[in-house]
Ligand binder design. Sequence first.
Ligand code: AMP
Length: 406
Amino acid sequence: MPTSTSRAFHARRPKQSGFKSTHNSRRSSKGNGVRKAYIHPSKFINRTPAAARAVEYTPTHLFNDFALTSELKSNLAAIGFTKPSAIQDQAIPLVLDGKDVIGLANTGTGKTAAFLLPILSQIDPRNDRMSVLVMAPTRELAQQINDECRRFSTGMRIFSTVVVGGTNIDRQIRDLKREPHIIIGTPGRLNDLLNRKALRLDDIRHFVLDEADRMLDMGFINDIRKVASLLPDSRQTLCFSATITPTIQTLVHDFLKNPETVSVRTGETSDHVMQDIIEANDKMHKHELLKDMLAKDEFEKVLVFGETKFGVQRLSDSLRNSGITSEAIHGNKSQSQRQRALKAFKTNTVKVLVATDVAARGLDIPNVSHVINFDQPATYEDYVHRIGRTGRGGAHGTAYTFVDKR
Ligand code: AMP
């Protein structure tokens, strides 16, 4: 069932073209002589998703029922968290009990609070310095976890710091010297700091792997193993992941002790996203079509995905030149530039954020009205992940994918 918008843009099924079907074929086949297997987009673009509807979860606890500290409870009340989400409802008691936990949950389910709240509750601000280590795949996700942490721990005299690549390491070394209670970092930078002897992990009592599947996708396995090998044996380990793959299973087997599993996956996020394709003759045509779409009022907050860092920057510049407010995030931007771009998009200062897959991983951006795949994703997994940026929390979302007219 094509949408009215897609009709306006002549969305039809293409005869050929599609997403490359393997993980190894991320790059365009142009010029490298490698033949790529194609999957027709109509095979997986779900044009008739379930009606957008918030799925109500009835928690078995209230925050007050948990053995969380009274300061945390009053902070939660002040923030406006009235009832626990599914993952919080099920994971918080286990984490408070000291259990190792595997949490199967996507971003947007409240998983950050599911691990932060029970951990914060167990920290003695006077004695537990450098006692929590959280590993996350991207700089932005690490920053988001830190923002949540500060919100939850207001007035509790618990300090946290973020150590990620792309920002000045000397400053991070100085921050670590002050011995924060909680360290949140990306695997590469954590290893860098360990190699420089600027970080010691002897006192870590809680270790969290957030978005473990993404970290593995991004090739961080050795960094994770190295960090984990330096942690005390007598620690609690929590592993959050959207999927359980054989590699995750191995990781869990190696790092977690008698873990309890909590799963709140309720099918693919894309079930609530209207999806369609838009045929374009060539790159110029894609630009024109995109600008026409973005001129419409219903395209309120639009995340556009491109394949390369340069392509993403060029596209964002071109949109700006046409009078459409846009920012870009990709690996060639400094951490502060990325943060500024993200903030501008989150606060609706700009209408469009153009991003590469890696830069957009794990981001929690509420109310994205549309996801547009300007360049096709490399794999089905990437497709689902991209379009899962819209239609969150049961809200309505729409995703369009440009394909070549053949
Ligand atoms: P996360 O999945 O941890 O990235 O959380 C997604 C969003 O939901 C964040 O903006 C959280 O602040 C928010 N959130 C998490 N738990 C709750 C809750 N129990 N009540 C209301 N909002 C929540």
